[in-house]
Design a protein around this ligand. Structure first.
Ligand SMILES: Cc1cc2nc3c(=O)[nH]c(=O)nc-3n(C[C@H](O)[C@H](O)[C@H](O)COP(=O)(O)OP(=O)(O)OC[C@H]3O[C@@H](n4cnc5c(N)ncnc54)[C@H](O)[C@@H]3O)c2cc1C
Length: 81
């Protein structure tokens, strides 16, 4: 069993680049997968979304498309933040 998995984000320096996190260390994003810093995007288990491979993949695709191509794609899945 692998229950209670949590992100290991302490010490990555998010504070310096003003990336907001929740109390458990998840990186918070909007539905475009953009963090509170417009130059920083996040997807997968490090976010506060359900921890599934397929969701991480969909969110990574949204994040990469928006970050690299300048699109405005949004994820339909919940993105607490
Ligand atoms: C035992 C187990 C069973 C699971 N079974 C399923 C399942 O059946 N179906 C399902 O959908 N999901 C399942 N999951 C969840 C799924 O594995 C995750 O949701 C998915 O892998 C998340 O992808 P990710 O890219 O966010 O993170 P990861 O796949 O964990 O990738 C993160 C990567 O970042 C690397 N990394 C970490 N820190 C650093 C750093 N500081 N610098 C550089 N690289 C770093 C890691 O080495 C890793 O390669 C399972 C998880 C576990 C633990």
């Amino acid at each position: 069993m692998a229950t209670g998995r949590s992100p290991r984000t302490a010490g990555l320096g998010q504070e310096r680049v003003t990336v907001r996190m929740d109390g458990l260390g998840h990186v918070l994003t909007d539905t475009r997968m953009m963090t509170s810093n417009p130059l920083t995007w996040a997807a997968g288990d490090v976010t506060a979304n359900p921890q599934f491979t397929h969701l991480a993949g969909v969110h990574a695709s949204v994040a990469a498309s928006n970050a690299v191509l300048g699109l405005h794609a949004r994820s339909a899945a919940p993105c607490p933040g």
